[in-house]
Design a protein around this ligand. Structure first.
Ligand code: MN
Length: 320
């Protein structure tokens, strides 16, 4: 009997839940654990809770039979299975059930996880919770549907096998999952690369209008309200455009302005190796991370660009 089966064998009502604002690994792990256990124990009751189901992963629960997004009226489970969740307060509405359950189990890969359940399976070196979960299942029992969910979790958290958490084992597991016959190429497009036509047009228009300054080390572009209107674009359609600018050869900093009002812009910045864009964003009242930050600024597009590049120049001078 696999470890996963052993965990639940004595329980009647099992609640499976992941973290709030679930991502691909979280959705994949909850789906895979549910499908695996339901097949093994069809007589048991399962409640699978996630706060929401992101649109791109909705196909994992096409028939709408797996996930609950609402828990009022749901009976207390005797077993609570927390997946991909680093601490109980990130369980959202399911936290109260976790506190009451007779038995609690946590399967995770977050390094910050302090083993908060009674029984814990935490592998901080694993690429994803789906990778950990795979190790608790019997290989022969992993059908196409389960493999699909695990594979999506793995590619999501490993950034398509390119983050440093990707190991030989990650690739080996992915290989085993591929062998079940899943259309693995399709998920990559669906979950990572797919754009609406509006997004494609806005991306193209923005890139065409971009300019390089400071010997090509900085690339700048702006999206005006008129452009947004012309293409019928929404704010979320801008996502990802800054990264297309950033990967331009020779570029250290990418800057994207999004006009939100009269001479008012939401500024996004990305850097590749040495410029601390958080510092610059903080100077103008914003924040973020060293390589990804943002702020709001006012003035003409050129004034904003000039103000920002001045700060980039200062950093390049002091750091070189
Ligand atoms: Mn994860």
């Amino acid at each position: 009997m696999s470890v996963l089966e052993n965990i639940v064998k004595k329980s009647r009502h099992i609640m499976i839940a992941g973290h709030i604002r679930p991502d691909g690994d979280c959705v994949g792990a909850c789906t895979a654990a549910y499908l695996y256990l339901k097949k093994k124990f069809p007589e048991k009751k399962f409640t699978v809770y996630l706060e929401t189901l992101p649109e791109v992963f909705a196909f994992l629960d096409e028939e709408n039979t797996i996930f609950s997004h609402e828990l009022s009226g749901v009976a207390e489970p005797d077993l609570f299975l927390a997946l991909d969740c680093g601490s109980p307060d990130r369980l959202g509405a399911a936290e109260a059930y976790f506190r009451q359950a007779e038995k609690t189990v946590c399967i995770d890969h977050h390094i910050s996880n302090h083993a908060y359940a009674a029984e814990n399976y935490i592998e901080p070196k694993a690429s994803s919770t789906c990778e950990v979960l795979y190790g608790l299942m019997a290989e022969a029992e992993i059908d196409k549907e389960i493999a699909r969910a695990l594979y999506i979790g793995i590619i999501f958290d490993s950034g398509l096998f390119h983050h440093s958490n990707t190991s030989r084992r990650t690739m080996e597991i992915a290989g085993k999952l591929m062998e079940t016959g899943i259309p693995f190429w399709d998920y990559i497009d669906k979950c990572f690369h797919e754009r609406t036509y509006t997004q494609t047009q806005l991306l193209g228009r923005t890139l065409l209008g971009s300019m390089r300054v400071m010997d090509g080390k900085v690339i700048v572009a702006a999206i005006t309200r008129r452009m947004m209107e012309f293409y019928g674009a929404k704010t979320e359609d801008i996502e990802g455009i800054i990264d297309q600018l950033r990967i331009t050869k020779g570029v250290e900093v990418a800057i994207l302005l999004h006009e939100t009002g009269e001479q008012t812009y939401k500024v996004s910045m990305r850097s590749n190796e040495y410029v601390d864009v958080r510092k610059i964003a903080a100077y103008f009242g914003g924040g973020g991370h060293i390589r990804a930050a943002g702020c709001n600024m006012q003035g003409s597009v050129h004034d904003v660009f000039n103000n920002l590049t001045e700060h980039i120049e200062m950093q390049m001078h002091t750091e070189k």
